[in-house]
Every structure is written in C-alpha cells, then in structure tokens.
Ligand binder design. Structure first.
Ligand code: HJL
Ligand code: ZN
Length: 174
C-alpha cells in the first residue's frame, strides 16, 4: 500500500469525527508492512472518550487490543509507555494533520505521546510519521510539532495531493 492510499484511508476515518468548532477533524492510522494485519489500528478526533485526538485514539485502541486494561486513574501518558515496547519495528503513523504540539489546558500533546512510545532499549518506537497537511494557524499559532519530532530523530514526511479534502473535512462545522 502506498502513502497516498494510506493517507486516504486516514481521511476516511476523519470523516467519522463529530464536527466541533474548537478543533480539527483529523484521522490517523498505524501501519506496519511486516505485520499480518498491516493496519494495526485507526483513529479519529473524539473517537475515544474525552477530548481525544486522532493519534491518541489510535494509541488507546491499540492498548485495548493488547488488553492493557488501563484506566484514566493510571495517569495520562501511561498508555504510551506501556504500548511502546509492543509495537513492531516498522510501524509508521499516518495522520491527515501533523501531530499537535500545543493543546487546550490539561491535555497531553500528540507529539509528547509519540515521544513517550519507546522500545525496551529506550529508542523511539515510531520512527516515521506521514501527514497530509501542516496544522493551520487557527487555534494555537504555528505548530512546532514537526520540528520537535525531527529533532528526536523521527522522520516526518508530507504527502501531497489531498490538502484540499483534508482541510475541508478538518474544518467542517467551524
Ligand atoms: C491533530 C487531532 C486534532 C488536532 N490535531 N493532529 N489531531 N484534533 O485529532 C489541533 C488543534 C487543537 C485545538 C484545540 N487539532 O483539542 O490545535 O481541545 O485541537 O486540546 O488547539 O485543542 P484541544
Ligand atoms: Zn494531538
């Protein structure tokens, strides 16, 4: 499956997100070419309980799949700490919008979550992120997410061609 096809699948997920004027409707998935199912999980904004982002929903759903049985009392970020060592070597995050690096008060950013996903040896578990658009400067100004991921050694790839559709879906309800 090529990048554009996978990004299109992520966009299909974004369409399921309930419109909310104060965020973007984003879709994401985790892809591992060496795994038998290849698409490990999908997610979209507000899919999981709470003010959840698409990438965060992916991590929560995959944690459930691995029966990690985590509850909100375990604390934010614990899902990612437990999930990191379980991820296959070649996992790639596809997301219609670059991961967030700033959020409304009290919520961990997706960049921070990605950096918490670590292998047993301590290296980052997700080494590549593919996204369709940068975050528009509407809510939090310039998103430094890409830069932060890259300085942690994560490759961030922009795949062009779906920008118009992605932004239409992201801003529906604004
Ligand atoms: C990404 C998402 C999502 C955003 N970005 N990559 N995935 N909703 O699922 C980024 C945007 C924030 C707003 C509001 N959106 O979501 O900057 O309420 O949604 O914390 O800044 O912040 P909250
Ligand atoms: Zn986010």
């Amino acid at each position: 499956m090529d990048d554009l096809h996978l990004l299109r699948l992520a966009l299909d997920c974004a369409r399921k997100s309930p419109p909310k004027p104060t965020n973007f409707r984003v879709g994401a998935l985790l892809y591992s070419p060496s795994s038998s199912s290849q698409i490990l999980t999908t997610g979209y904004t507000l899919e999981m309980p709470g003010n959840t982002h698409a990438e965060q929903s992916c991590f929560l759903k995959l944690a459930d799949f691995h029966a990690l049985h985590l509850t909100p009392e375990d604390g934010d970020g614990v899902v990612e700490e437990c999930l990191g060592p379980l991820l296959p070597e070649d996992v790639v995050l596809y997301t219609t919008m670059e991961p967030c690096n700033k959020r409304s008060v009290g919520n961990m950013t997706c960049v921070e979550r990605i950096l918490r996903l670590r292998r047993r040896g301590g290296g980052v578990a997700i080494k590549k992120v593919v996204c369709g658009v940068s975050e528009p400067e509407k809510f939090v100004g310039a998103n430094e997410g890409r830069k932060k991921l890259e300085s942690a050694g994560i490759e961030v790839v922009h795949v062009g061609g779906l920008e118009k559709e992605i932004l239409e879906v992201a801003t529906a309800g604004h």
